[in-house]
Design a binder for this molecule. Sequence first.
Ligand code: ATP
Ligand code: MG
Ligand code: FE
Length: 335
Amino acid sequence: MKILSIESSCDETAAAITEDGRKVISSVIATQIDEHKLYGGVVPEIASRRHCENITGVCAEALEKADMTLDEIDAIAVTNAPGLIGALLVGVNFAKGLALAKNKPLIAVHHIKGHIAANYITHPELEPPYLCLVVSGGHSHIVKVNSYTELETVGKTTDDAAGEAFDKAARAMGFQYPGGVHIDRAAKQGDAKKYKLPRPATKNPYDFSFSGLKTAVINLIHNNEQKGIETDVNSLAACFQDTITSILAEKFMAAADELGYTKLALAGGVAANSMLRDKLSEMARACGKQFYMPDISLCGDNAAMIGCQGYYEYLAGNTTDMSLNAYATKKLHML
Ligand code: ATP
Ligand code: MG
Ligand code: FE
């Protein structure tokens, strides 16, 4: 089954053609990062307008790269939640138009389920059930993946998401948006023992809290500025990255033990972080658990992951009609 999938939840306009939930035939991503960089973060109205301008070309390019026409597509899948509402509405309405004009089934996909499904592309053998750590710009979740379409959140952030903390700390360090990748690079040149940073506690052991850690980074930089002390940015990046990836990895591995999982996966934009990948791979290896993570190219927002999840939603009977709407927030266990 060939699906044309569309993703427009944040600042990437993306389209892909995928086959049977595992194979990517073509994938096109038009990123708006260079424009949002000027403002230090995503400006929602600009994002919506750029999606509006780019979506036709991105979908046409995905078809062209696959050497296919719309008539050869079996269904249309689209991210309808969660994300920036104005951005989501562009993709949803475009998908509805295509489905209506060509009389194809329409499939709504939860963006975070899509991030998790990126693993199915990289690992054709991976099947639920497993426990997944989802770390992205807006989420830090520990998720029980009971089946391809039934997911359950057991822990989440009580304040900032991991990616948000990376980006805000990076901004204080003088890096451009999105800063996660800059911290990753700078940390390689730094001393991870130079600065002591807090590890905020949470009531529920499976939850996360990163705002205190982010604030500690910002305060350290300001205090040094006031005292005329130069901050060693590479070392601060290394300390921050070491602290946040340790918290994520240790809590996730503890949850896996307590909940009895031996199959684990990682997903979301922050899954591209080299230290998090290394730490989780090593910890899983040491205790004999199977660990899966998407190829780095599939960690950030893309439409291929939406097409893969869309396939499994279709198999589960989860198609939708022309009343489909977009939602800025949506719980993972809801259809
Ligand atoms: P969500 O998926 O929660 O709706 P989003 O789609 O905006 O949010 P993603 O695109 O999934 O977020 O992920 C982007 C985040 O990943 C950004 O915060 C970015 O800084 C972070 N990120 C990307 N690469 C790295 C890296 N190498 N190290 C740390 N963070 C990274
Ligand atoms: Mg993005
Ligand atoms: Fe995302």
